[in-house]
Design a protein around this ligand. Structure first.
Ligand code: SF4
Length: 157
């Protein structure tokens, strides 16, 4: 487990990117397991994969943001696309909406999210083929709810 004091402050039900909890929900059908999250003493991890919740299959084509980060997508000023040009914005927004609904039902105050994802990224995302500072679509919508976001390395926003 990374020695990040921030994780000691986290308590209660915590929304966690499902791929970080060993669920094989990534676009390539794999996970990015961080077992230590399950060992945090004061949390109830709630696994959520917004892309699956939005109706996308697993595995699925990788997607990237177009025209801005997740905040811009949530405002209708940017989109999400696969490499072949399929517009999957609606699925990303739908999944983000469900993640927010789950957070509200459970009274979630914290989320630990997978960095770099067009849904879950908290500090960096791929806009076309460039890694840029920004938020994924779900991260942006959770932040609007006032949820404290951090990535798997404890970087907080
Ligand atoms: S949408 Fe989030 S939870 Fe789902 S695979 Fe991507 S990073 Fe993991």
């Amino acid at each position: 487990m990374p020695h990040q004091p921030i994780f000691e402050q986290v308590e209660g039900p915590v929304l966690v990117s499902a791929c970080l909890l060993g669920i094989r929900c990534r676009y390539d059908g794999r996970s990015r397991t961080r077992r230590w999250i399950l060992k945090l003493p004061h949390i109830i991890p709630v696994p959520v994969c917004p892309e699956q919740l939005g109706g996308l299959p697993t595995p699925r084509p990788a997607a990237h943001l177009v025209g801005g980060d997740g905040r811009a997508v949530a405002r209708g000023r940017a989109t999400v696309s696969t490499a072949s040009g399929e517009d999957v914005t609606r699925c990303f927004l739908s999944g983000a909406g469900y993640a927010c609904k789950i957070a509200r039902i459970l009274g979630v105050r914290y989320a630990i999210l997978k960095e770099g994802s067009p849904s879950c990224g908290t500090h960096r995302v791929w806009v076309r083929n460039e890694s840029q500072e920004g938020l994924g679509v779900t991260a942006a919508m959770l932040l609007r709810l006032g949820i404290c976001l951090m990535n798997e390395d404890g970087l907080m926003i």
